[in-house]
Design a protein around this ligand. Sequence first.
Ligand code: MG
Length: 219
Amino acid sequence: MKTVLIRDTDSEFIIGKIVCVGRNYLEHINELGNQLPSEPVIFMKPASSVIKNGETVFIPSFSNDCHYEAELAVLIGTDCKNISEADALSHIAGYGVAIDMTLRDVQDGQKKKGLPWDVAKGFDTACPLSDFVSVASVQNPQELTVQFFLNGEERQNCSTGYMIFSVAKLISYISTIFTLEEGDIILTGTPSGVGKVVPGDQMEAIVTGVGAIKAVVSN
Ligand code: MG
């Protein structure tokens, strides 16, 4: 079983479900030519896809177009269902950084056929995930900066203030579908600037004031 730590504490959480949000930043929707959603686009990654800082993303042999997507990750600390937006943040244990690795060619094929995205999003090593910081160390989750560096060159840089659906709104909405449980993680979507990685690439995603996750790419 995969676990996550809250830095500088004894708190360790067994990772439950990883609920991911697609299309949550307007400029990213535009760069992929997608429609603006009227409610959050939700998909999941299995906990088995998680790797830790410094580990390797292995691109599956059936893809030739693996993309990075840097995202703010939210760790749920207490169970909730049908929670209001006003109460949503009280269920967070901490914040972290994730890279939502995506097999864009596989995903595009699945989209065209109306098929689910599990293969494109859930393969082994598809979720590099940092340690978390405690919820108390983040004043406002909509005032953070998400950055991504490919081989040291900045590719993504955007405030979480540009999310279409805020962290509180996402937790509230997701909790109407799935009971959110201790150890569940929400990936809150990526800003614009996504792109392809190839074997040998070095990736680093940073959320200022939260942390960073580095991973290398291999085939
Ligand atoms: Mg994503």
